[in-house]
Design a protein. Structure first.
Length: 212
């Protein structure tokens, strides 16, 4: 473990758990941002412990859309939402972070030699800055239920696959079994959901978000 003032760097989840388990056990407010649920597996207790944890703690979690294309992960998110956690999805890249009671921040680092590092921050000034970044990303996210409903309605995955294939709109519409006008309307709506101004940008953002 390396320590510099009130910033501590730990190596691997085992050491992270050893150093922070008591913080998770006593936290009343947890905010989490991650690409998927694997990054913070140390913070995901198994049922029934996680059900009790959600019921007694204010929990906010934010993930990239790719998490919804893994049935097991999507089911976990729905379970958490059902039991009180607030879940949002964002297409923008996120800093993988956990905030505990607005006084401790844990930031995931890079893998080195197959082991990931985590930085535990307790400096009030640094934590406040990290909290502000999280809040901005949270404000721009979409509630899980709304996001799932929107993407299901649009047939987002199928449309993105057609766009990635480079085929003409007429061919894509026939492949999806919809009219040309309907296909183009859904493409435009999907671009709006992704915040893209062009089909190329939509494809790029979908890849960044793990949808392709």
């Amino acid at each position: 473990m390396e320590r510099v003032s009130d910033v501590v760097v730990v190596r691997g989840e085992a050491e992270l758990f050893e150093r922070t388990a008591h913080l998770f056990a006593t936290a009343t407010e947890i905010a989490c941002a991650a690409r998927d649920l694997h990054t913070w597996s140390v913070a995901h207790p198994t049922a029934p412990e996680r059900e009790q944890a959600v019921r007694t703690t204010s929990v906010r979690k934010m993930y990239l859309p790719a998490v919804l294309f893994d049935p097991a992960l999507a089911e976990h998110l729905r379970f958490m939402a059902t039991h009180g956690a607030r879940i949002r999805i964002t297409e923008r890249e996120v800093n993988e972070t956990i905030l505990l009671d607005r006084r401790i921040a844990i930031v995931a680092g890079d893998h080195v030699g197959g082991v990931r590092s985590y930085t535990v921050v307790s400096s009030p000034e640094l934590v406040q800055g990290i909290q502000s970044l999280f809040e901005a990303a949270w404000a721009g996210g979409t509630d899980l239920e709304s996001y799932q409903a929107r993407f299901t309605e649009l047939g987002a995955r199928e449309i993105l696959e057609q766009l990635a294939s480079g085929c003409k709109d007429e061919t894509a519409a026939r492949a999806l079994g919809v009219g040309l006008r309907t296909y183009r309307r859904r493409v435009a709506e999907l671009m709006d959901v992704l915040g893209a101004s062009s089909r190329f940008q939509a494809g790029a953002r979908a890849r960044e978000a793990g949808l392709l």
